[in-house]
Design a protein. Structure first.
Length: 282
């Protein structure tokens, strides 16, 4: 009951009528008790959005480019990963509810170890986020959902500030999923999250001993810096190939997606220059 009242207060205080309507419009396939097949709770989603909108608009001051490129129907969003914690995923998801037409709910594929944390599994499912495995992703795409994947995985999110904007090795599974389900891929570049939690070391050997992917050493503290963030949505790519094609052919397609993201990163960095915290993002 307490949580229900808190959610109601957050929604009423933090969302405009238009934002409430956009959140409702982004939800599909609700059942008789108001949830969707993957556990999304509209009220939890709206309450969470009330917090993320403030971060999106006022703290990270997000600017988007290319949202007109967003195709309807099933979609696989592929983005660069950084920032130690999934701020980038939160901002992409918020952008598609606030600024896409029509608004879309993004289903992020979270790391398999994350739902093992207390309360995290239930909370993630209430927001539409699912464990990143082949079955879950394929099921979502076959139901015309919008799925977000970070092919760099923890190698991207956990990299140090010395490797900022250097794309790490991409996994290849997203290409075979796209081919199997005939899903367009939308490359997205995130500029700004690299500097929000600047890590100087990942303590990799010790982290592995305790069973986690990395332990970032962040001199600026655990609160993300208010870096300006730009999201650049490239042209969608629809590959027409046999899902059982060779690994060599798959790697070529991965490289095409990676190059699209790399180009958008370069354009974004050139436009931004050194203006990380102040000034207008372009």
């Amino acid at each position: 009951m307490i949580f229900k009242k808190l959610k109601t207060r957050l929604i009423e205080a933090g969302l405009s009528e238009e934002e409430k309507a956009r959140a409702s419009q982004a939800l599909q396939h609700l059942n008789s008790v108001g949830f969707d097949p993957w556990g999304v709770d509209p009220e939890t989603l709206k309450a969470s959005l009330a917090s993320t909108i403030w971060l999106y608009k006022n703290y990270f001051r997000v600017i988007t480019h290319g949202l007109k490129n967003l195709p309807q129907g099933r979609l696989l969003i592929i983005a660069n990963h950084s920032g130690q914690v999934p701020i980038d995923g939160m901002l992409i998801g918020t952008s598609l509810i606030l600024e896409a037409n029509p608004p879309r709910l993004v289903r992020a594929m979270v790391e398999k170890w994350a739902p093992g944390l207390p309360f995290v599994s239930t909370f993630f499912s209430r927001l539409g986020q699912v464990t990143g495995d082949h079955h879950n992703c394929r099921s979502l795409l076959e139901n015309d959902e919008c799925v977000m994947v970070f092919p760099e995985g923890v190698a991207g999110s956990g990299k140090t500030i010395f490797k900022r904007y250097e794309l790490q090795k991409f996994g290849t599974g997203f290409i075979r999923l796209a081919l199997e389900t005939k899903t367009p891929i939308l490359p997205v570049a995130v500029i700004g999250c690299e500097e929000s939690l600047p890590s100087i070391s990942d303590l990799n050997p010790f982290a592995k001993r305790v069973g986690i992917p990395y332990i970032p050493i962040i001199p600026t503290g655990l609160i993300p810096l208010p870096t300006k963030v730009t999201l650049r949505f490239a042209d969608p790519i629809l590959f027409d190939a046999d899902p059982d094609c060779s690994d060599f052919e798959v790697e070529k397609m991965v490289e095409q997606v990676k190059n699209s993201i790399r180009l958008e990163i370069e354009l974004g960095l050139k436009a931004r220059g050194e203006r990380i915290f102040t000034g207008a993002a372009v």
